[in-house]
Design a protein. Structure first.
Length: 203
């Protein structure tokens, strides 16, 4: 095994190890500061999360619920090899584990979008015509789910799902029950992050 490691993987590990540690430190720091659900929000749309119900869902051929308990905790593992997917190991006797992609390791370089605190998540949340329309309708004032449904010609349940994804990405906030407003500070942060990506390199 030592010979195989030296011949086949040692040099590759030298490249991957720092990026994996960086991904783990990023996720761990975010969990420590904000809890687990904001970190999970960076994995949207590969997973669907509901912080209110404290659930995480993936669309898979087999469906069953798994309860995370002190006796059966969940481990989050950054991986170079699962991109762009999120994997769940839930079959006995293996420990419960969520394996998520380390984008910086995949690229082999530092990933400024990943490091920008969820810019990629926000852009994914905007990448649908109804959600862009919601942004336009919320630009002038906060609106209720029912108002947005009437303006977009969609059902309230569909609007609620769009708003849930936007809220998870920090794009919208709730002013009172059923009413949503744009988080303009978050939008300014996204604009600044994009401007930083497009800025010419300094001498």
């Amino acid at each position: 095994m030592e010979d195989y490691w030296s011949a086949a993987f040692a040099k590759e590990w030298e490249r991957l190890e720092p990026a994996l540690y960086e991904a783990i430190a990023y996720a761990g720091g975010r969990i420590a500061r904000q809890g687990v659900f904001p970190m999970l929000g960076t994995l949207v749309p590969q997973i669907r999360i509901d912080p209110a119900q404290r659930t995480l869902r993936l669309d898979r051929p087999h469906h069953h619920d798994i309860a995370v308990t002190p006796a059966r905790p969940v481990t989050f593992t950054a991986s170079h090899y699962v991109w762009p997917h999120v994997r769940v190991t839930c079959d006995e006797p293996w420990p419960l584990r969520v394996t998520y992609p380390c984008a910086a390791a995949r690229a082999g370089v530092r990933n400024p979008v990943h490091e920008s605190g969820g810019t990629l998540t926000a852009l994914r949340a905007l990448a649908a015509t109804p959600r862009l329309q919601i942004v336009a309708h919320l630009a002038g004032q906060s609106r209720s789910t029912q108002e947005l449904a009437a303006l977009l010609g969609l059902s309230a349940s569909v609007i609620s799902r769009h708003l849930q994804q936007m809220t998870q990405a920090g794009l919208t906030t709730t002013r009172r029950v059923g009413y949503y407003a744009l988080d303009r500070t978050r939008l300014d942060e996204i604009a600044a992050a994009l401007a930083g990506l497009a800025a010419p390199p300094s001498d």
